[in-house]
Ligand binder design. Structure first.
Ligand SMILES: C[S@@+](CC[C@H](N)C(=O)[O-])C[C@H]1O[C@@H](n2cnc3c(N)ncnc32)[C@H](O)[C@@H]1O
Length: 212
């Protein structure tokens, strides 16, 4: 008898080819040393984690750790995220995690900045309805840009409290030690049901410096 393919989308097939199974997919962009990625992947074996890391040495170190810990629900790709997200099928990612993206202070490096209107449109396109973008930064102008571009792409900032990360990232730990403010938020692709009842948005909040 023929199978029921009514629920099989291009996204389902794309991710199943990468992970060898069908499960919700979360993408971390710029995992660095992988503190968040490794602890989340170990704690949530039912979720597939796809990490996009532009630094070759970091991507290689992460891959070695993932193999050592036998985390079968993680894949790492070494590439700029701007290139990879364009390849991801529509409405196939349940969450993006972007923690402490490089600010690229120098004018000649501005073109390397991750968040642009084109990039956030790709995040919106690839998220499932109700899908989320979790972001954190210790640089206020980066936060302002992130908020402007994500909201401009149809991903409003949620008024729900940001769930604490079980393990702070390496950059987060440094920031907390120095006592600098951290801006973080969750941006949500509205589902058809929620679009009509979207609550007013909170502009930003600062995480207490003693949260460790
Ligand atoms: C400031 S570090 C933060 C690392 C980690 N998220 C943390 O919080 O500890 C930024 C990371 O993003 C990576 N990165 C920078 N630009 C990127 C891009 N376009 N695509 C993917 N990763 C990128 C860097 O190599 C680095 O690992």
């Amino acid at each position: 008898m023929a199978g029921d393919y009514s629920q099989v989308t291009m996204g389902t097939e794309f991710w199943a080819a990468i992970f060898g199974r069908s499960a919700p997919v979360e993408v971390e962009i710029g995992p660095g040393t992988g503190t968040f990625l490794l602890s989340e992947a170990a704690a949530r074996g039912e979720t597939n984690f796809y990490a996009i890391e532009a630094s070759r040495s970091r991507a290689e170190r992460l891959t070695a750790l993932i193999e050592k810990r036998d985390l079968r629900n993680v894949r790492v790709v070494h590439a700029p995220a701007q290139c990879v997200v364009r390849l991801i099928p529509d409405a196939s990612v349940t969450a993006y995690h972007v923690y402490f993206p490089d600010p690229w202070w120098k004018r000649r490096h501005h073109k390397r900045r991750l968040f642009t209107p084109g990039f956030t449109r790709e995040l919106a396109r690839t998220l499932v309805p109700g899908g989320r973008v979790y972001v954190a930064t210790d640089v206020l102008f980066v936060w302002d840009q992130i908020q402007e571009y994500l909201e401009g792409s149809g991903l409003p900032l949620s008024t729900l409290p940001v769930p604490p990360r079980a393990t702070p990232t390496a950059f987060e730990r440094k920031g907390l030690r120095r006592g600098v403010p951290i801006w973080e938020g969750t941006f949500v692709r509205p589902s058809a049901a929620s679009a009509a009842t979207q609550a007013p948005m909170e502009s930003w909040h600062t995480v207490a410096a003693d949260r460790t």
